[in-house]
Structures are given as structure tokens and as C-alpha cells.
Design a protein around this ligand. Structure first.
Ligand SMILES: [Zn+2]
Length: 485
């Protein structure tokens, strides 16, 4: 008996006792979309009353209710008085306000050397006492102002200096760095609590999970050390499209339930439809909240272009924000459906401290409803997931048979149609996402029978239609939720 059936049976029992006809449902609270204002925002646009009012209006238009005000990034600090002004004005407008901190170029003596370097090359050496001193000071400064502070990606390090090499000894770089960053997390927590006992720093892990350990991230240990974590779901143009779903669902497990949400951006995203695809998958993966990085990109009056940074050349940031705005009502409905639901599917294990790419990410592209777990997954997957994206429905028949045997759900669809299955309050529902740039036909059924009813379609209701013959037609880059009735 699976969880769905156990729940249905117990609801029936309780309802029989109480004489009610349906299970009580909790009042759904509004889904939280957040946005961070990076140092450049604070120093420029948010440094005037008019700019702050423009930001407050933009947040309202985009249903953003939680703001992370950044105090430090790439060696540049926002004056404390300005941070207070921004915080207080945002709070007065009804926004929930916390901090953001990016530990890059912390050592004043190396800042000049780092000028012009890519963001990802400005990591710190955490055996450097000057870096640790500056870290303590900046953490305390942010903690004194905010009760929660999110750390942008760059807590990792690739330092191989003589001091780090000596401290490493015979250990591998991965093991040494994981121990080092875990200690840095503990240090951050201590410095924050000294300044403000109510303050929690949040470690936000990047999207590039395959290299976490090499760069010093131990997801479980770091989350535990700080008591809070987030995950990056920014798949952009080049990433595996369904990874946002997979990494969100995996991070929820790997952090031991401490993952507060998913964060994505519009960098290197040439198609606004791809931007909202990240939003949909983040929510389908079970993100408790979503953070849009960042106000400077999405809303600044002049989107910044830095010709030295190739990854910033694709500038459709305002178009991405507009695509999100058009879809946010639907995304809120999607989040309300997924909230509290149990993700089901083919259990595919990846330990919290694993390294290298995960097959489950590409398995999704063949319609395999992957459920990331930390252990006790399927023993093997007897197909080549690298061929799934371009496969026809006929090519994938054996894969879909294999899935049906394990989950009860039978899909018939070409590759790049992803399936995600859930159970909530004893009722099953499923999501189908069409990643293709063309319409696709699919069928979906469960072996226990029952009719599929479209509950929600994005970007608009008419993007997905269901024929009398059971055929589902999904428009290019669309998705739908179906209840099994
Ligand atoms: Zn070093």
C-alpha cells in the first residue's frame, strides 16, 4: 500500500468517525516570491527616495513580498545608514526585509587584483586571517540590521595557496575545503548570533551541483551549521532544462528539510520562456519560496551590459521580468497545488555528498518521473538517457513501460516532455511539461483507472487542450497539471 492509499484510507476512517464528507483543508497562504537588491542597486537606484518608491512599485507589480538587501559584494560595501533607510522604507511599505551577503574579495589587499575578474573568480582564501577578520565584521554588520541574511553562491573556494596547501596536508582538496567551509559556516553563525541572537544566515548553494565537494560545499553539514539553506535553480540557456526541478527536490532532501526555497536568474537567458520555465520547475520541485535574482537585472532603468563578461551579453532581462509578470498568477496557483503534496515517482538516489553529474537529471527528459532520494533508489536504469531529448514516442515506449511498472502512470509522449507525479490529501495529480519548441501530443493514464482532468495550464489555459479521445495537446513550452479523478 503506497502513501497515497494509506492517506486515503485514514481520511476515510476519520471522516467516517466525524460524519464528514471530505477532508478538511487548511487555508492556503500566499506563495512568497522574493527578490534581492544587490550592492549596485543599493548604491544607485535605491540611494534616492524616488528610486526606492520605483522599487516598491515594481515589487507590488510582480507580487514580490520579501526583499533581501545586500550589504557587501566583490569588495564593495553599502554604508550602514543607507541599508537602514532602505530596510525601513521597504518595511513601511509592507515588505518582509532581510539581508544578502556575498563573500567575494573580502581581503582589502587583493581587491585591486580582482578588479575585472569574473564573479566566480573572486572567491576567498579562508585560511587568511585578514579575510576571516573582514568576514566577521561584515557578517556582524548585516546581522545587526536583519534577522535573516542569505549568502549568494560565492562561499566556495578554489584557493591552492601555500598556506591552504599546508593546512590541507595529506587530505584531498575536496575533503579539506568541505571541512574548511563547514567551519566558516559555524564561524558566520557565531559572529551573526553575537551581533543579533535572532539572526540566521542562509547558505545558498549554486546550481552546479556536480562540483560542490571540490569547491568545498558539503550540503548537509553546511545547512546544519547555519540552520538554513537555499538552492540555485538557474538553468539558463545552456543548462539541463529539467534540472531546476531535480535540484530543488534533491536539495529539499539533502539539506535535511532545511532548504527554504529556490533562486534563479535571467543571466545568459536569451528566451524569456526559458526564464519562466525555471520558475515552473522550481515550484514543481517543491520550493517553499522562490527568489528572483536580482532587482538590478530585472528592473533597473538601464539594464547593465558588461562587454568584458561574456555571460552578461545576452540581455533580455526586462523581457524575462515581463514574462514572469504575465505568468505569476498561474505560478501562484501552481505553488498552491504543489504545497503539501508528496512528490512520487521513480526513486533515484544521490547521496548528499555525491560528486559528478546525476543521471536522473537527463532521465527526466524521457518522461521518467524522477523522485530524488538520498539512498535506497532503483538499482539500475537500463536505458541511455542521453538519447531522450530527440526521441519519438515510439522510441521511448520501453522506457514508458518501465515507468508504468514502477509508478502505475503510463505516459505516451515524445522526448522532452517531462512528467512529475504527486499525491496530496490522498489524491493523485500529475504535471506534464513540454520543453519543445513545437506542439506535442501525449496521453497519460493510471493503471487504477480514473479520468484525467486538467486543473491548470501555463502560460494560459488554452495552451493545453484535452480531446475526447484522451489525447492531450501541449503548445510549445507549455505545461499543465492534471487531477486523477
Ligand atoms: Zn589559501
Amino acid at each position: 500500500m503506497n502513501v497515497c492509499k494509506i492517506f486515503a484510507a485514514s481520511v476515510f476512517f476519520v471522516c467516517a468517525l466525524l460524519g464528514c464528507s471530505s477532508a478538511p483543508s487548511a487555508e492556503a497562504s500566499k506563495y512568497v516570491f522574493g527578490c534581492d537588491c544587490i550592492v549596485s542597486d543599493c548604491l544607485k537606484e535605491l540611494n534616492t527616495p524616488e528610486g526606492r518608491q520605483r522599487a516598491i512599485a515594481w515589487f507590488a507589480r510582480h507580487h514580490v513580498s520579501k526583499i533581501y538587501v545586500e550589504s557587501f559584494r566583490h569588495g564593495e560595501a553599502v554604508p550602514t545608514e543607507l541599508l537602514k533607510t532602505i530596510r525601513d522604507e521597504f518595511r513601511a511599505a509592507g515588505l518582509v526585509v532581510g539581508g544578502c551577503f556575498t563573500p567575494t574579495s573580502l581581503d582589502p589587499s587583493v581587491r585591486a587584483k580582482n578588479t575585472g575578474k569574473m564573479d566566480t573568480q573572486q572567491w576567498c582564501c579562508y585560511t587568511d586571517p585578514d579575510v576571516l577578520g573582514e568576514l566577521d565584521r561584515e557578517v556582524a554588520r548585516a546581522a545587526a540590521l536583519f534577522d535573516f541574511v542569505i549568502i549568494d553562491d560565492f562561499l566556495f573556494t578554489h584557493c591552492t595557496c601555500a598556506r591552504c596547501a599546508q593546512a590541507k596536508g595529506a587530505a584531498s582538496w575536496a575533503d579539506f575545503r568541505c571541512g574548511l567551509i563547514r567551519d566558516v559556516c559555524r564561524r558566520i553563525d557565531a559572529a551573526a548570533k553575537r551581533a543579533n541572537p535572532k539572526c540566521t544566515f542562509i547558505v545558498k548553494f549554486p546550481c552546479w551541483y556536480a562540483d560542490f565537494r571540490h569547491a568545498g560545499y558539503d550540503v548537509a553539514a553546511d545547512a546544519r551549521a547555519l540552520g538554513a539553506a537555499w538552492i540555485g535553480t538557474e538553468t539558463r540557456d545552456a543548462g539541463e532544462p529539467a534540472q531546476a526541478f531535480w535540484i530543488q527536490a534533491w536539495a529539499n532532501e539533502a539539506t535535511g528539510g532545511l532548504c527554504g526555497g529556490g533562486w534563479f536568474d535571467a543571466l545568459m537567458t536569451s528566451d524569456p520562456r526559458k526564464y519562466v520555465e525555471q520558475a515552473r520547475y522550481t515550484i514543481l520541485g517543491g520550493a517553499k519560496e522562490t527568489l528572483l535574482h536580482c532587482y538590478w537585472h530585472l528592473a533597473a532603468p538601464e539594464p547593465p551590459v558588461d562587454p568584458n563578461h561574456a555571460y552578461r551579453r545576452v540581455i533580455r532581462w526586462h523581457d524575462c521580468a515581463e514574462a514572469f509578470r504575465r505568468e505569476m498568477d498561474g505560478l501562484e496557483k501552481l505553488a498552491a497545488r504543489v504545497k503539501g503534496a508528496e512528490l512520487e515517482g521513480v526513486r533515484w538516489a544521490r547521496a548528499a555528498n555525491a560528486t559528478g553529474a546525476d543521471r536522473g537529471v537527463k532521465m527526466l527528459r524521457g518522461g521518467v518521473p524522477v523522485k530524488p532520494v538520498l539512498a535506497d533508489g532503483e538499482k539500475a536504469f537500463p536505458f541511455d538517457e542521453n538519447a531522450f531529448a530527440k526521441a519519438s514516442a515510439a522510441d521511448l515506449k520501453a522506457v514508458h513501460d518501465w515507468v508504468a511498472e514502477r509508478t502505475g502512470w503510463r505516459l505516451d509522449a515524445p522526448g522532452d516532455v517531462t512528467l512529475h507525479i504527486y499525491c496530496k490529501n490522498g489524491r493523485r495529480f500529475a504535471a506534464l511539461v513540454n520543453l519543445r519548441d513545437e506542439p506535442v501530443d501525449a496521453t497519460l493514464a493510471h493503471r487504477d483507472g480514473g479520468a484525467l482532468k486538467k486543473a491548470l495550464a501555463l502560460p494560459a489555459d488554452d495552451a493545453v487542450s484535452c480531446g475526447a479521445d484522451g489525447k492531450i495537446r501541449l503548445a510549445p513550452k507549455s505545461m499543465a497539471l492534471f487531477d486523477l479523478e
